[in-house]
Design a protein around this ligand. Sequence first.
Ligand SMILES: Cc1cc2nc3c(=O)[nH]c(=O)nc-3n(C[C@H](O)[C@H](O)[C@H](O)COP(=O)(O)OP(=O)(O)OC[C@H]3O[C@@H](n4cnc5c(N)ncnc54)[C@H](O)[C@@H]3O)c2cc1C
Ligand code: FES
Ligand code: FES
Length: 234
Amino acid sequence: MLGVTVNGEFHPVPPGGGAGGSGPMLVDWLRREARLTGVKVACNAGACGACTVMVTEDGRDGGPPTHRPVLACLTPLAMVDGCSITTVEGLAGDGGEMHPIQRAFSDNQASQCGFCTPGQVMSLYTLLAKKPDATAADIELALAGNLCRCTGYRTILNAAKRFASDAPSSAVECGGAAAAAPRDSGFTGADGWSVPRTLRELCDAKRLAPAAAIVAGGTALGLQRKIASLILLI
Ligand SMILES: Cc1cc2nc3c(=O)[nH]c(=O)nc-3n(C[C@H](O)[C@H](O)[C@H](O)COP(=O)(O)OP(=O)(O)OC[C@H]3O[C@@H](n4cnc5c(N)ncnc54)[C@H](O)[C@@H]3O)c2cc1C
Ligand code: FES
Ligand code: FES
């Protein structure tokens, strides 16, 4: 059975993730099953960043955890098996207060309809988790994939750049990032999904299932919505 940790809570995922085949896309599972509707779907095609979440994995060889921004609309749920996922709901403080990034967006009028805001916030949060001393240039780059139709980028960048290490003294602290969830190493097979870690394991998997599709980033397979109909994925 697959399993993901979302905002610190472990969720076993039944075979098929409730959608049959090799499971739904991460965004569908987060919104429909985990009921985390802060994760938005706008383009549903990897182009706008509204569905951005942070995926955290244990570092290799006992190293520090790694964080990466992921477009949940292009990511099959099985691809994040064993990972820790942070959504915008996971950023609130114990008393439900806004995270400093959210507060900065609010203070700078950086959100109008708000549809892009969770994705913008999660892209920045992930950057700062990876690189706490990110510069204003790093922040511009990290937000380049997050589109906004109504607010305008000036206020969004004004808010975001308050967290830059080279920002004026009014910059604010961001706070820590989510802890990594343990991820199984080695070859696993669940729900028609194999995760080879070595070339030998990949060759073995392909020999066992010659028809299985290999997935790397998923940006083509996810876009074509082929994943749910495929029986075997590597
Ligand atoms: C918003 C957006 C914009 C894009 N813009 C561009 C663009 O400007 N120019 C452009 O060229 N493309 C563009 N693309 C397409 C995208 O870059 C390609 O689809 C991407 O390079 C595919 O890489 P992937 O790792 O995501 O492939 P996947 O979706 O994981 O796989 C693509 C195909 O390759 C196979 N495959 C994957 N890994 C392997 C492997 N190791 N060995 C054998 N087969 C394998 C898969 O089975 C599948 O058939 C865009 C896509 C999106 C979503
Ligand atoms: S909804 Fe637009 S990138 Fe996922
Ligand atoms: S606030 Fe409306 S799309 Fe960004």
